[in-house]
Ligand binder design. Structure first.
Ligand code: ZN
Length: 180
């Protein structure tokens, strides 16, 4: 599945705390998208690895890719769709994210955990599946093999479009709640 599809699916996790009655700030959309890119730190090539932070010094464009060293370590040690795509990783992310509650609130915590987990669910719908019970070397999938999603295929694109629509609707309803 494409990184952009993971990001929009993760962004849509804002709906869960919203529907549960929590206050959801609009920037949590970006938090959900980012959380959904994290598992692919174990891939040799990924969206998160190519994220560039930078600007201009004079007229020269300078940028660094802060996630490249982390991605190199994770992809070398664990391999793609292994440890970072497992239940254990979700538990660790959930535990570590509790320290972020003062900054992101309860809704943010839910979005981080679900954003991360959404990546695993989405990858489990692709042909190769994931090692959900890592360190067990067994691959798990969510759909019968013949309807599994192909990266860059029509289902991938469809999910991306539906997800983008969900984000637009979320931001639209947020603007609707503002008393302007
Ligand atoms: Zn993945």
């Amino acid at each position: 599945m494409r990184g952009s599809t993971h990001a929009v699916i993760g962004a849509n996790t804002v709906w869960i705390p919203l529907l549960a009655g929590l206050t959801v700030q609009p920037w949590l959309v970006a938090v959900g998208a980012f959380a959904a890119l994290l598992p692919d730190l174990d891939a040799s090539e990924s969206k998160i690895k190519s994220l560039t932070v930078g600007g201009y010094v004079g007229k020269t464009k300078v940028g660094i890719r802060p996630f490249v060293p982390i991605a190199m370590v994770f992809s070398t040690i664990f391999g793609h769709r292994g440890a970072l795509h497992s239940l254990l990783a979700v538990v660790i992310v959930a535990g570590a994210s509790t320290f972020l509650i003062p900054y992101v609130g309860a809704a943010g915590l839910v979005v981080i955990i679900l954003g991360y987990a959404s990546h695993l669910a989405a990858d489990a719908m692709t042909k190769s599946g994931i090692e959900f019970l890592w360190p067990l070397k067994m691959r798990f999938g969510l759909l019968p093999h013949f309807i599994r999603v192909k990266t860059g295929g029509i289902l991938d694109t469809l999910l991306s479009l539906i997800g983008s629509g969900g984000v637009v609707v979320f931001l639209y309803q947020y603007i609707g709640t503002l008393k302007i």
